[in-house]
Design a protein around this ligand. Structure first.
Ligand SMILES: Cc1cc2nc3c(=O)[nH]c(=O)nc-3n(C[C@H](O)[C@H](O)[C@H](O)COP(=O)(O)O)c2cc1C
Length: 148
């Protein structure tokens, strides 16, 4: 059974909705267990014990949200060298910009995660079928990239 961790921050609910769609996509791959956690509540054990991770954030002032940054800050040194090559997916919701994705990509490189697909950027709430399909596809790609 492969274990996928989805860590996100969301003040207004858009990124939470996106996280749930990524979770649905991953869950659709047989033999996958998905855990969805807010950044402020996820920690070292969660990161070490998952087979793959998706990280999601809104764009706040062209940077990732504090809740996701807090997760990265607390887990970086304690997991260093133990998460190299871990499959990873990134999703960002934004209000028309989306530059925050650069900050997430930079930290994922710092952790030496392996991106399984290009980051998915969604404008505000993922309401359209196209946005939902992209997010579910990202979750599916992440699960498929992880060995069970
Ligand atoms: C404090 C704050 C700062 C924001 N800054 C940006 C920004 O710099 N660029 C952008 O495209 N959207 C910006 N937005 C819009 C949000 O990224 C967008 O609405 C996002 O989907 C909100 O996600 P949430 O509902 O999960 O909090 C900002 C929103 C807030 C509340």
């Amino acid at each position: 059974m492969r274990k996928i961790l989805i860590v996100y921050h969301s003040m207004g609910g858009n990124t939470r909705a996106a996280a749930e769609l990524v979770a649905q996509g991953a869950q659709a791959v047989e033999g996958t267990r998905v855990q969805v956690k807010e950044g402020l509540k996820a920690g070292v054990k969660d990161l070490l014990s998952c087979d793959g991770i998706a990280v999601g954030t809104p764009d706040y002032f062209s940077y990732m949200a504090g809740g996701l940054k807090d997760f990265f800050d607390r887990t970086c040194y304690p997991t260093e060298g133990h998460v190299t090559g871990k499959p990873c997916a990134i999703f960002v919701t934004h209000g028309g910009g989306g530059k925050a994705v650069q900050s997430v990509k930079k930290l994922c490189r710092r952790f030496k995660f392996k991106l399984v697909a290009p980051p998915v950027l969604i404008e505000n709430m993922p309401k359209t079928k196209a946005a939902q399909k992209k997010l579910m596809g990202l979750g599916r790609a992440l699960a498929k990239a992880c060995t069970a």
